[in-house]
Design a protein around this ligand. Sequence first.
Ligand code: ADP
Ligand code: MG
Length: 598
Amino acid sequence: MSRASVLRSPREALLGLGPVVAVGLPLVLAGTLLSPYGKFLGTTALVLAIVGLSLGVVTGRTGMISLCQMGFAGLGAWVMLWFATHASGAPFLLAVLVSGLAMLPVSLLVSLPALRLRGVNLAVITLAFALTVQIVLSVNDFPGNSDGVTVTRPSWLETDGSFLWACAGIFVVIAVGLAVLDRTRLGASWRAVRHSERAAAALGRSVARVKLSSFALSAFIAGIAGALLAAQLGSVEIETFVPLTSLTAFAIAIMVAAQYPEGALLAGALGVFLPELFQSWNIPQDYTNLLFAVGAIVGLKGGLGGAEAIRDGLRRLIGANERPLLLDAPDGGAIAPAAAVAADRHDDPRGPAPAKDGTAALEIRGLSVTYGSVKALDDVSLRVEPGTVTALIGPNGAGKSTLVDTVTGFIRGYSGEILVDGHAIDGLLAHQRVRAGVRRSFQQDRTIPDLTVEQYLRLALGSHRGSARMSAAELQELLDFFDCPPQHRRLSGVDVASRRLVEAAAAVAARPSVVLLDEPAAGLPAAESERLAASIAQIPARFGPAVLLIEHDMELVVAAATQAVVLDFGKVIASGSPATVLSDSVVVSAYLGDEVSV
Ligand code: ADP
Ligand code: MG
């Protein structure tokens, strides 16, 4: 580990802890030192902060629109009141926990039909659920409400002060739990889905499962908040949990960036104290909602919620905001053609996968794809042999990216067959194809800006044939091999060219059968692209996978590939060794003479 990366962690920790203490401490202290009413408001703010944490999972981390978090809180309160009515002897904390757990099956019921939906469709379903909760609770009321049964707190939580501290403690436990989850593959998957569902699928994650886990966890947390509210107030009313309050909570969460604990605390404080303030100024409290809506729009437009903007500013202040790396000066000198590099390939003990009885790493048979009236691929057949780099070249619009999208499962309606290691993968979804041994990079950068280089690579490692593991040394070796930035650097602070290298490294990391690299050198300076060509040429020998290299730059093709296939208007017009193919007159005319000056 480099010195810089060792030093960065405590700084980053400080960065996180500072704002949390700055917002949280006054809240708790004010609640403790002030009047009983102050304590009451402080407790409610903490409970709403827990609702904020729940939105920080589903919306902040995963980018889903959930408009029913207060509905889950209402159901959580319902369970808590059920305990008070029917099982009043149950331990308090157990009842709170069960109120949260009870939301898991409910959230599954809500989200299962909606998982294939995104954006506004999911929003509509969650809003419909919030309305359903309102109707059901209005008709049936909360348990014990008509008989005057209330939640009684155990003696150690009887006073307002002790209950406030208990809520603060539960907030901390959940926030710490989420911080731990953030460091796991699941946490990284949430942020991958938030950034791009396609990127998450290409990393081998099931987008549906990632969303399900996020929604369920958020429902669990919201259920706990509801139970705590019932315990604070003794009994609750349906008005607290109507869709409008869910909408408000959502707007505040966006405004403050509730995925950060200080953001969630801010959400709680704003949700409670702003209406109080308005009331003391004789302004109708409903106007606060207007303010929250405007704040959410500002947050959405800027792409940053309050807490995120503050952390960004602090990062700049303490210099932890990494500037994009400047690429090292090139070594200079011409690079050897791939054929020459191939001679050195067998030093490495891991070596290329031996050719298994002539089975191709990737075989495409008669592949056709149409977009409306455009025939993007027309009866394309090609093979990528194990241990080789095969280039797929052709002018813009030839269908190269379409081929990558189809092979990797991002285009469903096609005819033809695709086999990996001799097994047909046509019936598989994108993330399942990753597990079957196909990895890809995207023509446009789709790395996940919220993750560090290391987190991104470990996420990519996750699901290839039963979770490949990689030691720190192996990870470093891989990063060095591709000239990637230091592993603790956040991808948002890395320049686009280096991100492409990280993406290529991630595609190789899990040692799949075949890697499809879609113009990996696009945007790289000439010298860097030469170095990348040399690295790509060595991928099969060093790491195992065969490579299908989609490329525009003919020098790179000659340097990296031993085979080339030329595509034009969706048809294969030539194939063979790069030198032969590039001197083919049909190929030259397809390119209209440009770029083929090798
Ligand atoms: P390449 O990667 O070789 O430049 P593409 O695969 O991106 O080519 O495109 C192949 C053809 O398909 C082009 O004519 C392009 O305009 C068309 N095409 C690509 N994507 C779409 C799409 N989503 N909808 C309609 N047409 C598309
Ligand atoms: Mg393309």
